[in-house]
Design a protein around this ligand. Structure first.
Ligand code: AP5
Length: 219
């Protein structure tokens, strides 16, 4: 199964993608994570992307589509993909069709996380991740069970993203409205869009997504 999680910055795409990975063994393909890894490693892609990301603008379509193709090639063919933060433009949407067709895959569902933008600034500026394993937390909504210690891996190091400040978040939201929201009708015309209330409590959002994709976790 191949799924797109679509929604503005802070809608919960990464949070829900991690849960689908845990529940179904699918693979999360986050172009944001791939780009941050490239920036950290100082690769040519990272050097090109760094300033663009810090401004909250979009990196070039060619770069992100190439990254997605490489990641899909590195995955087993029987493993489902969750596209998190990709596609973000009409050109990326067209590229994804080609990328999937070339690998004998098809898109099954597009989940639109419907959210209240004003609440997202609080979500984004309050979030942090484990520096070791990448698990996401939030100052207000999801603290580690023991303060300062990561639940599973026991790490005590956490980090925050440089683009998670209010000014950059506003630019990222404007980019979403101008370039990403307009791709929804492409998928609506195919009848594969499900709308999920992204403002609901996290477990309810997960349950709604699982219902939309016809899966139910059994643990
Ligand atoms: P990217 O990393 O994709 O960031 P984004 O789309 O802005 O999305 P976020 O990661 O900020 O939010 P999210 O929806 O995953 O929310 P999360 O689950 O963390 O992109 C970063 C940059 O890279 C872009 O600006 C661009 O420059 C570049 N880029 C990436 N992809 C690109 C592409 N395809 N083309 C061009 N450029 C690209 O949740 C947020 C917080 O809220 C968390 O703390 C979480 O705990 C909390 N939360 C989540 N759900 C709930 C809930 N239901 N209730 C309460 N709290 C919740």
């Amino acid at each position: 199964m191949n799924i797109i999680l679509l929604g503005p910055p802070g809608a919960g795409k990464g949070t829900q993608a991690q849960r689908l990975v845990e529940h179904y063994g699918m693979r999360q393909l986050s172009t944001g994570d791939m780009l941050r890894a490239a920036v950290k490693a100082g690769t040519p892609v990272g050097l090109q992307a760094k300033a663009v990301m810090e401004r909250g603008e979009l990196v070039s379509d060619e770069i992100v589509s190439a990254l997605i193709g490489e990641e899909l090639d590195a995955m087993g063919s029987g493993v489902g993909a969750i596209f998190d933060g990709y596609p973000r433009t009409e050109a990326q949407s067209a590229s994804l069709d080609d990328i999937l067709a070339a690998r004998g895959r098809k898109l099954d569902h597009v989940i639109e996380l419907v959210v209240d933008e004003d609440a997202l600034v609080e979500r984004i500026t309050g979030r942090f991740t484990c520096a070791q394993c990448g698990k996401g937390y939030h100052d207000k909504f999801e603290q580690p069970r023991q303060v300062g210690v990561r639940d599973k891996c026991g790490s005590t190091e956490f980090k925050r993203r440089p683009d998670d400040n209010e000014a950059t978040v506003r630019t990222r939201m404007a980019e979403y409205r101008a370039k990403t929201a307009p791709i929804l009708p492409i998928y609506e015309a195919r009848g594969i869009v499900a709308r999920v209330d992204g403002m609901a409590e996290m477990d309810h959002v997960t349950a709604a997504i699982e219902s939309a994709i016809g899966q139910k976790v059994t643990h």
